[in-house]
Design a protein around this ligand. Structure first.
Ligand code: SF4
Ligand code: SF4
Length: 378
């Protein structure tokens, strides 16, 4: 029977291999998520998950890793930094209401496949090492890797594994690396020695609660997803609630405001992974340019990107909202008018809302007719 002590050299090797494979940190924890399970149940009881039914679909599997993968005793938690541009570059785009803001995690190649491949390499190394040095134990190593693909409470596991603490905005924060990173896990059936859990360092700060454009962080550590721009622009299938549309500003895919404002992100490091660099100039696109992409162009420009998952219809829905919030301009009116006959009720309704909002500016600016702005009526 192997003890944690017997496995100390292996756990040190796992951490070293993880770094060599491009992860910035590797931690190990056990499967006890009882505190996180209570938090999850309270969150769901309040209905904060909105349409994300999958949050409650898997029973206790999400908070009890051994139910998701039988025999699991430990979780190897890894993080990989993805920040590819400075905070001032991000705020510059956010402040320019003619520009399209896309959440920074989605600018590069979709991280799922790449992280899964790296985790597989780490698992292969563990397998080889165990067969070579622990063959006398006859132990069969059972492992399964996850990257945001199964019901896993990855932030709670990472916090227990010492990778950071869950901040008041509900993202994981690392004292030396901020919060711009992806997480992945390997569930394993070996009793590896565990790391010390991280302690919280938000202190009295409430910057993320104040900056949130939709006031989605209803209390510290409580995000009502139904108000969160990430949920509204990515997860929500149908119409975006009208009251929230003006608050979305120019955010067309996700939102980073609570991370941008977080003081701990001053310590974040730029990624060394070329895959996470912005593709197709997605970090600096104009709203009018991306609204003009037809479906073929959308599919081509978002090839290999996480953005594709929302599909072209919701892409247009989101940009229509942002154009409704854009500065008064004949070009915006013209682009919206062009889409009034688009064959989707969802898109047409958001385009109509945006036009109504734009045209309300005419009144407030004292223009009487659209032609006052040299708008070329079609
Ligand atoms: S992602 Fe944006 S909308 Fe969501 S909680 Fe953070 S600041 Fe608020
Ligand atoms: S902005 Fe402040 S309160 Fe919010 S997560 Fe960061 S440190 Fe915590």
């Amino acid at each position: 029977m192997l003890s944690s002590q017997d496995l100390t050299p292996l756990s040190l090797q796992i951490k070293q291999w993880g770094i060599e494979l491009g992860f910035q940190q590797v931690g190990i924890t056990d499967t006890d998520l009882s505190a996180a399970e209570i938090h999850l149940h309270n969150w769901i009881a309040k209905g904060f998950q909105g349409e994300m039914d999958y949050m409650q679909r898997h029973g206790l599997k999400r908070s009890r890793p051994e139910l998701l993968h039988e025999g699991t005793l430990r979780i190897i938690s890894v993080r990989m930094d993805y920040q590819s541009e400075s905070l001032s570059d991000m705020t510059q785009v956010l402040d320019d209401r003619t520009a399209a803001y896309i959440s920074r995690y989605a600018l590069g190649r979709d991280y799922h496949k790449m992280m899964r491949n790296r985790l597989q390499k780490l698992a292969d190394k563990i397998q080889t090492e165990v067969s070579e040095t622990l063959s006398y134990t006859n132990i069969e190593v059972g492992m399964r890797g996850f990257v945001d693909s199964a019901p896993v409470l990855e932030k709670a596991l990472a916090e227990k594994a010492g990778l950071g603490w869950i901040g008041k905005h509900s993202n994981l924060i690392n004292r030396k690396a901020g919060s711009w990173f992806f997480l992945g896990e390997i569930f394993i059936n070996l009793p590896l020695p565990i790391d010390q859990a991280s302690t919280a360092h938000c202190g009295v700060c409430t910057a993320c609660l104040s900056i949130c454009p939709t006031q989605a962080i209803v209390a510290p550590y409580q995000v009502d997803a139904r108000r969160c721009v990430s949920y509204l622009t990515i997860e929500l299938q149908g119409a975006i609630p009208e009251a929230l549309r003006p608050l979305i500003g120019n955010r067309i895919y996700g939102c980073d405001d609570c991370q941008i404002i977080c003081p701990w992100n001053r310590f974040a490091k730029m990624t060394a992974e070329a895959d996470f660099n912005p593709r197709q100039q997605l970090n600096t696109q104009e709203l009018l340019t991306v609204f003009a992409w037809n479906e073929d162009v959308f599919l081509k420009k978002t090839e290999g990107s996480a953005i594709r998952r929302i599909g072209y219809e919701r892409w247009l829905r989101n940009i229509a909202v942002a154009l409704g919030n854009a500065p008064l301009s004949p070009q915006v009116i013209e682009a919206l008018t062009d889409k009034l006959k688009y064959p989707s009720d969802l898109v047409r309704e958001h385009v109509q809302w945006a036009l109504t909002r734009q045209l309300s500016h005419y009144d407030s600016f004292g223009y009487n007719t659209i032609s006052d702005l040299n708008f070329k009526q079609k």
